[in-house]
Design a protein around this ligand. Structure first.
Ligand SMILES: [Zn+2]
Length: 272
């Protein structure tokens, strides 16, 4: 599932291809996404010039001047760059066709993604208005993390995946950041000292930045081979490594369930 680093990598890959380009057409092949794709979207997009490509949490925001195309990759979404005329595959639900013949194509087999339109300020959209601070911004710091966890008795792993606490972190990077911070995923959020919140905030940032820079090296491939880079599996310390030795101490990585999601951690490095 794409999280902040994958979405940011996508944004950086697409930005030079999209910004300043005029949209020739938008093609909607299947409106049945997590929310229905607006019927008027092709009319709204045709002829618009793309001013910028921004990201908020896991949302991509394509500023078209008169409004913003909001894209979310859901569970299984990918944006591909193809040439005009390339035949769509079964799950290619949406195309943005540019005047220069470039097509940005959304493939989403599970259709949990979103293709929406917002006139005016995109951050005012109901889906975006209450997202927590961007983890790579100055707004996300020890003071925020400490304050927002004080009244939360839930496990810190689950709290980190709550978009109101911090934007864009899902299962993969919650697991990874907690490993790097040496914090047990089962620790009640409100029990984390200020000192440990400080370490955790720093490790969240480092983990995401590392993943983004790893993705950055595959941007060239992404554009050339007409598909985006996957996630950065080779770098994971605990995620999806149940039973493998911890790369730091050799202890077997353990897998437990928390809120219907798999949690992976090292019982020695993450004791409390
Ligand atoms: Zn370990």
């Amino acid at each position: 599932m794409p999280e902040l680093p994958e979405v940011e990598t996508t944004r950086r890959g697409l930005e030079p291809l999209l910004v300043g380009q005029r949209i020739r057409a938008a093609v909607v092949r299947d409106r049945r996404m997590r929310r229905p794709v607006p019927r008027r979207l092709p009319q709204l997009l045709a002829g618009a010039t793309i001013r910028s490509l921004a990201r908020r949490g896991k949302y991509l925001l394509v500023d078209c001047g008169t409004g913003t195309l909001i894209l979310h990759l859901g569970m299984s979404g990918r944006l591909w760059v193809v040439r005009d005329g390339a035949p769509p595959a079964r799950h290619d639900h949406f195309d943005l066709v540019l005047d220069n013949g470039t097509v940005v194509r959304l493939r989403d087999p599970r259709r949990f993604g979103l293709v929406l339109w917002q006139a005016g300020n995109p951050l005012g959209h109901t889906l975006l208005a209450n997202i927590g601070p961007e983890p790579l911004s100055a707004a996300f710091d020890v003071a925020w993390l400490h304050r927002v966890t004080r009244h939360r008795g839930a496990a810190i792993k689950q709290v980190l995946m709550d978009g109101h606490v911090v934007a864009g972190i899902g299962n993969i990077y919650a697991n990874e950041a907690l490993f790097h911070a040496g914090i047990s995923p089962r620790t009640a959020a409100r029990r984390l000292s200020r000192e440990r919140c400080h370490v955790l905030a720093a490790k969240i940032r480092e983990t995401l930045e590392l993943a983004i820079s790893a993705g950055g090296s595959s941007l060239r491939d992404y554009v050339r081979s007409d598909g985006m880079a996957g996630n950065f599996q080779s770098q994971f310390m605990v995620y999806d490594r149940a039973g493998e030795p911890c790369q730091r101490c050799g202890t077997s990585i353990r897998e437990i369930r928390q809120g219907q999601r798999s949690t992976f951690y090292c019982p020695s490095c993450q004791r409390r």
